[in-house]
Design a protein around this ligand. Structure first.
Ligand code: ZN
Ligand code: ZN
Length: 171
């Protein structure tokens, strides 16, 4: 093999390079298979085809966008259903469902729109695409949860936090 730090050919796979003293696989400057120069971004050696870098491990916060997406849907889907019932039957019918609501004010229009954004963006978050839209969805989920306060605090705020913290997991 070749030392990935200094490029010297080594016999066997020693723990430390006898030329530079580094762990031979710790560097990123040379291919371990043929000794050709590589960059830290190189994954497959262009010269010999050796896989140079371990595939970037999808560790850590991949669950964050997924959780945010689920939270968006948990708020968005019932809100959309309630919004549609409200729009169809009038404030009184939905009053009993959304019983701590906005004192019966006809807000089902914005409620339906916010719910749809929360659902669509929630799906984007689940599939880790379109971060901006996923963030908008979490904010909409928070707003649409506000009338009953508890969903906004328990679901909406975590959805926003997880979307922001999980940003680098989005494509
Ligand atoms: Zn070396
Ligand atoms: Zn190579």
């Amino acid at each position: 093999m070749f030392c990935r730090n200094c490029g010297k050919e080594l016999t066997g796979s020693p723990e430390f390079c006898m030329s530079c003293g580094a762990k031979p696989m710790a560097g990123t400057s040379f291919c371990p298979g043929c000794g050709a120069p590589t960059t830290p971004m190189t994954e497959i050696c262009p010269k010999c085809g050796t896989r140079v870098a371990r595939k970037a491990a999808a560790t850590g916060s991949t669950w964050m966008p997924v959780t945010a997406g689920i939270l968006d849907l948990v708020i968005g889907v019932p809100s959309l259903i309630i919004g549609i019932i409200w729009a169809t039957l009038g404030g009184l019918a939905s009053w009993f469902i959304w019983f701590i609501g906005w004192l019966g004010a006809p807000i089902y229009g914005p409620m339906i729109i916010l719910s749809i954004v929360a659902i669509v963006g929630g799906v984007f978050a689940l599939t880790k695409r379109a971060w901006g839209f996923a963030l908008a969805a979490s904010i909409c989920a928070f707003i649409v949860g506000l009338p009953t306060i508890v969903p906004a605090i328990l679901l909406g705020i975590p959805a926003i936090v997880f979307t922001i913290l999980g940003k680098d997991k989005f494509k």
